[in-house]
Design a protein around this ligand. Structure first.
Ligand code: NAD
Ligand code: SAH
Length: 418
C-alpha cells in the first residue's frame, strides 16, 4: 500500500463524513452488499479521479468491497477533503491527493494512479484518460475500459474517438438518464446555491441572478435561484435553449447587457471566456461572479487580475478585485466549480444515483471484458438495463410504486393500426 495525503491523523473526521453520506446512499449500500458477496473486481485494479469528498470515498469503498485494488486521486485540487482522504488510507486504499495541490503536485498524484497499471479507469473530466494516452501509452494494454462522469469529459472522449485516438472503451456515464437528469439538473441546482450561500452569507431574494448556459446544469441553477426569490436572467448561444428559458419564465439577454444589471453571475456552459473584461467593466459595485462549469476558464479571472487596481480577500474563498472605475467585483473560489470548491458538491441522494451508475458500469466492463473492446467505436452508452435498474431501485427505497402495463396496453402502444 502506498499513499500521498496531507495528514493520516484526520481519518476519524473523514470517517464521520463518510458514515453520514453512506446512511443517505441506499442504492450504493445495496450494491456494496452484492459486491461483498460476489467480489466481481477480484484481481482488478481501479484508478479513480473524482472530486475526493465523502460520497466519492464511499464509492471507492464499495468498489474495494467488490475486491478491487483501489488507486484514488482527486479531480480538482480545491475539492479534495484531507480528512476524507485520510479515512480511505486508514481503510487500506491507495490515495494520492491533497487540498490545494499545486499543478505539479496534482500531476504527480494523477500520475501515481496510472503508474499502478489500472484495469479500469473512473474519470471525471478526462484527466486520467488524457494522461495515460499522452504520457503512459505502455499502460494502455492493461486497461479493460473506463467510465466518464461529466459532460465536458464526454465531449473530449467523443473528439478522441472521432480522431481514432481513443485506445480503450469508455462508458459515457453522464449520458445515462439517471445521471444528467438528476445530477446535472437538481444536484447542480441545489449545490451551487449551497456553495454560494455558505460562502457569501448574502440574501438572494430580490437580486438579479444571471445564469450563463441553459443546459442541464443551467436549468437547475436557474430553477433554484427562482425558488430563492431571485429575478433570473439567462444568457445562451443556442436559440432553442434560449426559447426554453423564456418559456420557463426567465429573461434572456446577451451577456454584455446582463453584465450591467446582475448581482450574482453563475456560468455553467462548459465553454470559455463567457464573462470577460468587457463585462467586468460594466458590472455593478459588489457583483459576485462564480462558475459551476467544468474548467476555471468561464469567468476570465486572469483578465480580472490584469485590470484590477487593487485586490483583497473579501471573505474566506472570495477574492475582491477593484477596477479603475472604483467598483469591486468578487469571485468565489478562483472561478473553479463553486459547488465543490466552496461546498461539498451534490447531495448524497443525488450522488447515490450517479455513483450507482458508475459502479454498475464498471461491473459491465469487467463482465464483458472479452468482447467490449473489440469495436472500432470506443465510446459506449450506459446500457439501458442499468439506467432502469437504478431508477427502479431508487423508487423502491423511496417506497414509491408505479403502474405496470397490462398485456392489452402494451399491445395497444406497439400497434400501428389498432
Ligand atoms: P449542456 O451541454 O447540457 O449545457 C451547456 C449549455 O451552455 C448549452 O445549452 C450551450 O448552448 C450553452 N453555452 C455554451 N457556450 C455558451 C456561451 N459562451 N454562453 C452562453 N451559453 C453557452 O451541459 P451541462 O450538462 O449543463 O454541463 C455544463 C458544464 O457543467 C460542463 O462543463 C459540465 O462538465 C459541468 N458540470 C458541472 C457539474 C458540477 O457539479 N458543478 C455537474 C455536472 C456538469
Ligand atoms: N475535473 C473537473 C470535474 C468536473 S465537475 C474539475 O476540474 O473540477 C462535474 C462533476 O462533478 C459532475 O458530473 C458531478 O457528477 C460531479 N460531482 C458533483 N458533486 C459531487 C460530489 N459531491 N462528489 C463527487 N462528484 C461530484
Amino acid at each position: 500500500m502506498s499513499s500521498e495525503i496531507r495528514d493520516i491523523n484526520l481519518w476519524q473526521d473523514g470517517e464521520i463524513k463518510i458514515d453520514w453520506v453512506k446512511a443517505n446512499m441506499p442504492l450504493l449500500r445495496s450494491i456494496e452488499e452484492e459486491f461483498t458477496e460476489t467480489k466481481p473486481f477480484k484481481n482488478i485494479k481501479i484508478a479513480l479521479s473524482v472530486h475526493l469528498e465523502a460520497k466519492t470515498a464511499y464509492l471507492c469503498k464499495v468498489l474495494a468491497a467488490g475486491g478491487a485494488e483501489m488507486y484514488v486521486t482527486g479531480s480538482n485540487p480545491l475539492s479534495t477533503q484531507d480528512d476524507v482522504a485520510a479515512a480511505l488510507v486508514h481503510d487500506g486504499l491507495n490515495v494520492y491527493a491533497w487540498y490545494d495541490a499545486t499543478p505539479e503536485e496534482y500531476h504527480r498524484h494523477t500520475s501515481k494512479v496510472i503508474e499502478a497499471g489500472p484495469n479500469i479507469i473512473i474519470d471525471d473530466g478526462g484527466d486520467l484518460v488524457h494522461l495515460i494516452h499522452n504520457e503512459y501509452p505502455e499502460k494502455i494494454k492493461d486497461v479493460i475500459g473506463g467510465c466518464e462522469e461529466t459532460t465536458t469529459g464526454i465531449i473530449r472522449l467523443i473528439a478522441m474517438n472521432t480522431a481514432k485516438e481513443l485506445k480503450f472503451p469508455m462508458v459515457l456515464v453522464n449520458n445515462a438518464d439517471c445521471k444528467h437528469l438528476f445530477d446535472n439538473r437538481y444536484g447542480t441546482g441545489q449545490s451551487v446555491w449551497d456553495g454560494i450561500n455558505r460562502t457569501t452569507n448574502l440574501i438572494v431574494a430580490g437580486k438579479n441572478v444571471v445564469v450563463a448556459g441553459y443546459g442541464w446544469c443551467g436549468k437547475g441553477v436557474a430553477m433554484r435561484a427562482k425558488g430563492l426569490g431571485a429575478e433570473v436572467i439567462v444568457t445562451e448561444i443556442d436559440p432553442i435553449k434560449a426559447m426554453e428559458a423564456v418559456m420557463d419564465g426567465f429573461k434572456v439577454m446577451k451577456m454584455e447587457e446582463a453584465a450591467k444589471v446582475g448581482d450574482f453571475f453563475v456560468t455553467v456552459t462548459g465553454c470559455r471566456d463567457v464573462i470577460t473584461e468587457k463585462s467586468f467593466n460594466v458590472m455593478k459595485d459588489g457583483t459576485i461572479c462564480c462558475n459551476a462549469g467544468h474548467f476555471d476558464v468561464e469567468v476570465d479571472v486572469a483578465a480580472l487580475r490584469r485590470i484590477a487596481v487593487e485586490t483583497k480577500v473579501a471573505r474566506k474563498n472570495i477574492m475582491g478585485y477593484k477596477l479603475a472605475n472604483g467598483r469591486w467585483i468578487n469571485v468565489i473560489a478562483e472561478g473553479r466549480l463553486v459547488n465543490l470548491a466552496a461546498g461539498d458538491g451534490h447531495p448524497a441522494e443525488i450522488m447515490d444515483m450517479s455513483f450507482a451508475i458508475q459502479a454498475l458500469s464498471a461491473l459491465h466492463l469487467v463482465k464483458n471484458k472479452d468482447t467490449i473492446g473489440i469495436s472500432e467505436d470506443k465510446v459506449i452508452d450506459v446500457p439501458k438495463y442499468i439506467d432502469n435498474e437504478v431508477a427502479e431501485r431508487k423508487l423502491k427505497f423511496w417506497n414509491m410504486e408505479i403502474d405496470k402495463l397490462t398485456d392489452e396496453q402494451e399491445k395497444y402502444l406497439n400497434s400501428w393500426n389498432g
